[in-house]
Design a protein around this ligand. Structure first.
Ligand SMILES: Nc1ncnc2c1ncn2[C@@H]1O[C@H](COP(=O)(O)OP(=O)(O)OP(=O)(O)O)[C@@H](O)[C@H]1O
Length: 657
């Protein structure tokens, strides 16, 4: 019968594989097809043969009998054809219901009942060809849409987590999953990990699981997670179904834990090798044992190049943003440093007590031990901190200074540990705390004795766990910082009085350096005087050669409650008044009674004594804080410290309490 004329011409080079165990039927089919212009391969009498033939030469279409030689049926081969996306039409005399149900599950492109007519065969093949071409085109369009959607989602300005959620949703129609992990594994700048996962809790409903929730659910510590994460091999894009997945889990504790926690049986992994630090990945998991097929792998393969470029760009922007935020904070900090004029390190003196201090600095500096610098106010504790930092391996990184007494109590936590945008009223922008700023370097916690009790456990945590948590943050951030603390209080007594945590004290006091008061190293007075006069002369543009003998004698006899800072201020005043190159003191030096002169020895309750001292100094200076005749000079503290003290003690400028 000239059926060929009724049908559209056979597309060029179409090869049909005949899988049929009856020789006569197979031959019949071959003749029909060849007459109609098809090329044929086979016949294959068993699934094993069919597999071999189709792997040698991929057919465009397959005519498939159900019952074949050997243990496997045409339905088994149909599943393989589906994974390979090769269209097929069943040719069978078997139409019983249970077989037909199985047939339907394989989603064939047609079904021919034996015996068949030539025309039926050709029409079925043509329809199959058309449907397949159409399906391929639709799929290609969908895949292109998916690619566009993913790229635009990833480049949208917005919250990172929402962006990840949208990416996960976009994959839903294409790749089955019950659990999906997506994101960036590590981030060198903040040493945090920015991934999250989505766990199916309904047909179309997912629960977002952030890293910290993941740790809670799996009972892992951050450290353990990081350790077992490193054991997961980088295998590139790969699917693990059923037993493959079980084997993979046996070798990887992290995978095993994920599988047990969420009861998963298969896994499809797409890592993106980005040029930036840290890898971006999308990991699909399913509760089904065999869901991940070659078409899923090939879809991800197609998406990989474009996604890699996009993620790379995204990470580069992200890094720039983080670096500029860090730079901005560092600039602010440095500007503040320049203002306070603390940007130098010249420790003058040759007395045995000071030489002993130098020796201690030399011993401890190269280590990473915490250092506790103790000494009365104005003895040069900050200079010691700088010296330790500058002689350590952290020299190239920042030395960040925090004056614990000058921080407003309500902002101290945010200053130290940072906060996320919107984490409290007034937190309009994200802020990197001083600890993060000091990452890789040193933090100098001046006046540590003033750190409020409630914040002390947080500091202890940094020392113990080497991690911090921003206010409103999503979890701990590893933080590699060396701590140098300083105090003019006797911390041991503060511990006994319950004002300072003992555990924190012992952690800080690993290597104590005790700075001698100036009165115990009077032999350094000439050297220090010469040094300061030289500096002051330069500032004032005056020629100053030295100090008069009587003034030096007075200085030698003086008690120096304000130590070197007091000496510096005294010489400044004398230098301003000086009319000759040899400077004489502008005021007599009277040794004040010890109780008033040594703030750390006050017998009254700390706050009361402090308030009385501050008020007395303010009254004496007519509430002037700064400058030569200001209360800060009288109290031998920095003006900023005094201002902060006044806020803390509730002392207003006019003197009201
Ligand atoms: N040995 C020294 N040589 C030169 N200058 C010094 C020396 N020791 C201290 N100074 C100067 O004295 C002033 C006070 O020093 P510093 O601020 O380090 O003291 P401190 O002990 O930290 O005081 P406080 O406890 O009030 O914060 C600074 O201007 C510092 O440069």
């Amino acid at each position: 019968m000239p059926t060929k004329a009724l049908l559209a011409p056979v597309p060029a080079q179409q090869t049909v594989l005949i899988v049929e165990d009856e020789f006569a039927v197979a031959n019949d089919l071959r003749l029909i097809l060849e007459r109609a212009g098809y090329r044929t391969s086979g016949p294959a009498y068993s699934v094993a043969e069919a597999l071999e033939i189709s792997q040698q030469h991929r057919p465009d279409l397959v005519l498939l009998d159900i019952h074949l030689q050997g243990p496997e049926t045409g339905i088994d081969f149909a599943r393989y054809l589906n994974t390979e996306q090769i269209p097929f039409v069943f040719v069978s005399a078997n139409t019983n219901t249970s077989v037909l149900d199985e047939v339907k599950d394989t989603q064939p492109y047609g079904f021919l009942v034996k015996p068949f007519r030539e025309k039926d065969v050709l029409v079925a093949l043509e329809i199959a060809y058309y449907r397949h071409a159409n399906r391929v085109e639709v799929r290609l369009r969908e895949e292109q849409n998916l690619q566009l959607k993913l790229l635009s989602t990833l480049t949208e300005v917005g919250e990172w987590e929402q962006c990840l959620q949208k990416v996960a949703r976009s994959f839903e129609p294409f790749i089955p999953f019950d659990y999906l992990v997506i994101g960036l594994e590590t981030d060198e700048i903040l040493n945090t990990f920015r991934s999250c996962s989505f766990f199916r809790i309904g047909t179309d409903e997912y629960q977002m699981i952030r890293p910290e929730n993941f740790l809670q659910m799996t009972g892992l510590t951050l450290e353990k997670y990081q350790r077992i994460r490193r054991q997961v091999p980088y295998n590139g894009l790969a699917a693990y179904n059923g037993t493959d997945f079980e084997l993979f889990c046996q070798q990887n504790p992290l995978l095993q834990l994920i599988a047990n926690t969420f009861r998963l049986q298969s896994h499809l992994m797409m890592p993106l090798k980005t040029a930036q630090n840290g890898g971006f990945f999308i990991a699909f998991y399913s509760r089904q044992p065999q869901p991940y097929q070659p078409q899923h792998v090939s879809l991800l393969q197609q998406l990989q190049p474009a996604l890699t470029v996009t993620v790379d760009r995204l990470l580069a922007f992200d890094k720039i943003e983080q670096l500029s935020e860090q730079l901005r904070q560092e600039n602010l900090y440095l500007a503040e440093e320049v203002k306070t004029g603390a940007n130098y390190e010249e420790i003058i003196g040759a007395s045995p007590t000071l030489l002993h201090v130098f020796k201690s600095i030399g011993q401890v500096a190269p280590t990473d031990y915490s250092v506790l610098v103790m000494g009365e106010t104005g003895t040069g504790k900050e200079l010691i901190a700088r010296a330790v930092h500058n002689r350590s391996g952290r020299k190239g990184k920042a030395l960040i200074k925090v004056n614990c007494a000058a921080l407003p109590p309500n902002l101290i936590e945010s200053e130290l540990f940072g906060h996320e945008k919107g984490s409290f009223t007034g937190a309009f922008e994200k802020r990197i705390g001083k600890f993060e700023l000091a990452h890789g370097g040193t933090i100098f916690l001046d006046e540590i004795g003033e750190l409020p009790l409630e914040l002390q456990p947080k500091l202890l945590r940094v020392l113990q766990e080497k991690e911090i948590e921003r206010i409103g943050g999503r979890g701990p951030i590893p933080c590699n910082v060396r701590i140098i603390a300083a105090t003019n209080r006797r911390l041991q007594e503060e511990v006994e009085a319950g004002r300072f945590r003992a555990d924190l004290y012992y952690r800080l006091n690993v290597f104590p350096i005790q700075l001698p008061p100036l009165r115990d190293r009077r032999e350094d007075l000439p050297l220090l005087t010469a040094h300061f006069l030289q500096k002051i002369a330069k500032n004032l543009g005056k020629q100053l050669t030295g100090i008069s003998e009587t003034s030096l004698q007075q200085m030698q006899a003086y008690h120096w409650p304000g130590n070197i800072r007091e000496l510096e201020h005294l010489l400044e005043r004398a230098a301003i008044m000086a009319t000759t190159p040899t400077v004489s003191l502008a005021e007599p030096l009277l040794a004040p009674p010890p109780a008033e002169t040594t703030p750390i020895l006050v017998a009254k309750p700390r706050e009361q004594a402090e308030r009385e001292n501050v008020l007395a100094a303010l009254r004496a200076t007519n509430y002037r804080i700064r400058g030569e005749n200001g209360a800060a000079v009288l109290l031998n503290v920095k003006p900023t410290t005094l201002e902060a003290q006044m806020v803390r003690l509730g002392i207003k400028r006019e003197g009201s309490l």
